[in-house]
Design a protein around this ligand. Structure first.
Ligand code: MN
Length: 740
């Protein structure tokens, strides 16, 4: 455990060795007995035989007997020291789905708790491999419900997924491989992270990464190798020195150095302005000790010996992460004058960080703590499940939540409230109670009134000012980050919007009736509602009000005998730009922007090339309409004294991502080599970008400065392209140009 030294893991593609032979019955039992003397030997033996017989002659894509799969999954769970019930479930997890065995058979032979777990895992498997978002969201929803009943369902599911990912390369269809990898990355990785199983999280991440971005991964690995050689054993020298310092102090400690995974480096490179240059970006050192006192003792020792890098110290011992992770993190200028990151924790904390929920869980707990509801985040997910209207919305809300880091704030009474980082007082208000959020009108942070969109920092004390009868502002939707706040605000907007649309629809019909000299009759319209995909009159009025149905057509259907007095003309309604329009229905072409007055001309500023996802603002120019800038564009300074010309705008959530095309401008410094331009265009093309303009600004014997305009779908795609370029050895640097 002391030195999992630098250069082992990342050299080759992550391909698991083909199992040479199946684990025997007694071997499995012995593996469990090694950590649990009370192993239920009989249960395991019977499950082993049952599964082997049920799967019979079935084969995996690898050509191995199918039974090797449940057996491997069971093996993974013994590594996590799980109880006999869970191991038996792993052995049986595919029998109901893929063999003649029924859930009843399982229940009769193995009892209700194994049957319940197998049922949970089966239900999840049944809904897998769906491509479209709605179905994927539905899967996720079922997953949340299943794990809230028994967290072990999730543990078996994760082990199942891990083995399937390890053997992914045997699947021939590349589309299917990518689909599975994407699903793993989007759903199972965040879940593994959330329940704190770091080991599994990292392997799942790396396997998905290898499938989704093979070129980026191999570039990063090549770069790592280069840096390792260039460092000339620097890692070992740092390790030696740290060990020496600790030995002198007399604190018994294990010191190890670990290379960060290619995927975590990739993630870091995607975030702005992080070049993949230095040792500090790729190495993490870890010190394990026996007690909490020793953790702080070692921290003091390190800080007195080396200079600290400000802003890098984090104490997750006094304030653990929501997944129970505990550790001290600090950044120092290390022995070789390099910035390095050091983590200090006890051996117990280390076990929790590797095994997460499973570390607490495991065989000792018996049956009493199977309920997943002790996890607050799980309760919050369930709350969102229950209140989200559309599955896509649910997926958006929860996915965001799972990916984010946390910020910790206090109520005036001193209660600790954990929020996703980037959270605002509105998120805080909703975290206390949805009633507080709905009536929130202002906030004091550390005793001072602040705008509601202020981003909260660790340790802030937040006092929410509420007012009876006030209601959420649709504008909040643009800056809140927690799933709970977002779903509450949208719920409110939907209700309010509908009421407005009904009123508007009613007045449009009234007006037309008057113009045509016809008496408005509820019955006439009620009768034809179904013809317009509306279930009742209110629905129909709302559809007319939101311009989903042309008022003239509806009128003509209600009074088929009537001869029109007025020439037919296009009915226009004012879009108050409040809200996202309903998607996917005829006539509801998604707008790019919200917050604009219809009919106004819109231009995208050429100085900053805003893309969907950027924070933006509109500047009104008389006679020219509105120009959209990114909020950090320098041009905006010249408008700072004209607040009346600023309008608040946001990106419309476009359902169909393929319809939008925007241009991002990249400033690239290429190394002057014959292969450089080829590499530049290949990387951009491979990541789905379309080069529409390319200009060489400057040339020296070493470098080319190039401006590239790339057409992309959205900001995410552009960020991917930038990260992929940064990983390429032909490219010295890449920045998005703005404000020029
Ligand atoms: Mn399986």
């Amino acid at each position: 455990m002391s030195t999992d030294a630098a250069n082992t893991s990342n050299e080759t593609a992550p391909v698991a060795a083909k199992p040479t032979r199946l684990m025997r019955q007694y071997e499995l039992v012995e593996r469990v007995r090694a950590y649990d003397p009370d192993v239920n030997e009989d249960l395991l033996n019977r499950a082993y035989v049952f599964s082997m017989q049920a799967h019979g002659m079935q084969l995996r894509a690898s050509g191995d007997p199918y039974f090797s799969h449940p057996l491997e999954v069971a093996g993974l769970l013994t590594d996590m020291k799980m109880d006999s019930t869970t191991i038996a479930t792993a052995l049986l997890h595919d029998t109901v789905e893929d063999t003649l065995a029924t859930l009843d058979d399982i229940k009769k032979q193995f009892g209700p708790s194994v049957a319940r777990l197998v049922d949970g895992v089966t239900k999840l498997s049944r809904i897998e491999f769906q491509n479209d978002q709605a179905k994927q969201a539905e899967n996720f929803r079922k997953l949340v419900l299943a794990m809230s009943e028994d967290i072990r369902v999730l543990l078996v599911k994760l082990a199942d997924r891990l083995h399937n990912m390890r053997t992914l390369h045997y699947i021939k269809d590349p589309e299917k491989r990518r689909r599975i990898a994407r699903e793993t990355m989007e759903i199972y990785v965040p879940l593994a992270q959330r329940i704190g199983i770091q080991k599994m999280q990292m392997e799942l991440e790396d396997l998905s990464f290898a499938e989704l971005f093979p070129d980026a991964r191999s570039s990063i690995i090549a770069r790592l190798k280069y840096l390792r050689n260039e460092g000339g054993g620097i890692v070992d020298r740092i390790l030696d020195e740290l060990r020496h310092v600790l030995k002198e102090s007399g604190v018994p400690a294990d010191v190890s150095g670990r290379e960060k995974s290619p995927y975590s480096i990739w993630r870091k490179m995607q975030s702005k302005n992080v070049a993949f240059e230095q040792l500090s970006d790729i190495m993490a050192f870890r010190i394990l000790v026996d007690s909490v006192e020793q953790c702080y003792q070692v921290l003091g020792l390190i800080h007195s010996r080396y200079s600290m890098v400000p802003g890098r110290f984090k104490d997750y011992i006094s304030t653990p992460k929501p997944n129970d992770y505990q550790s001290l993190h600090t950044g120092i200028i290390g022995p070789e004058k390099q910035r390095i990151e050091i983590q200090i924790r006890t051996r117990d904390m280390h076990e929790v960080s590797e095994l997460g929920v499973a570390a607490h869980w495991a065989y000792k707990q018996g049956e009493q703590r199977t309920d997943g509801m002790q996890y607050r985040w799980l309760r919050e997910l369930l709350d969102i499940v229950e209140h989200a209207q559309k599955p896509e919305e649910f997926l958006e809300n929860t996915k965001l939540e799972l990916f984010q880091d946390q910020v910790f704030c206090f109520s005036p009474k001193g209660d600790l409230i954990a929020l996703p980082s980037g959270a605002t007082p509105v998120d805080f208000a909703y975290a206390i109670h949805s009633g507080v959020g709905d009536t929130c009108v202002g906030a004091k942070v550390n005793g001072r009134m602040v705008p509601l969109r202020t981003v909260l920092k660790n340790g802030d004390q937040v006092d929410i000012v509420t007012q009876k009868g006030s209601s959420p502002s649709p504008a909040w939707d643009r800056f809140v980050v927690s799933g709970k706040a977002r779903s509450c605000i949208r719920r409110f907007i939907r209700t309010q919007q509908r009421t407005e649309f009904i009123m508007l629809g009613k007045s449009m019909i009234d007006k037309l009736c008057r113009a045509e000299g016809v008496e408005f009759s509820e019955k006439a319209f009620e009768a034809i509602a179904k013809n317009f995909q509306s279930s009742n009159l209110e629905d129909l009025l709302a559809n007319v009000g939101s311009s989903l149905q042309p008022v003239r057509e509806v009128f003509n259907a209600a009074y088929p005998q009537h001869k029109a007095r007025q020439p037919e003309k296009v009915e226009k309604i004012v879009d108050r730009g409040l809200i996202t329009k309903p998607k996917g229905k005829p006539g509801a072409a998604p707008l790019m922007l919200k917050g604009l007055i219809p009919g106004m001309a819109v231009h995208y500023a050429r100085c900053c090339h805003p893309l969907p996802g950027d924070a933006i603002v509109g500047i009104v120019t008389t006679g020219k309409g509105v120009t959209i800038h990114t909020t950090d564009c320098e041009t905006l300074q010249s408008f700072s004294r004209m607040p009346e010309r600023w309008i608040d705008v946001g990106w419309e959530d476009s359902g169909d991502k393929n319809t939008t095309h925007l241009v991002g401008r990249l400033s690239v410094v290429l190394i002057n080599r014959s292969t450089s331009f080829g590499a530049l265009t290949t990387v951009i093309g491979k990541n789905g970008g379309n080069i529409i303009n390319l200009k060489i600004i400057n040339r020296t014997p070493e470098f080319f400065d190039v401006l590239v305009d790339v057409e992309v779908r959205d900001l995410v795609q552009l960020t991917n392209i930038i990260a992929a370029l940064r990983a390429n050895t032909c490219i010295n640097s890449v920045e998005r140009t703005k404000g020029r």
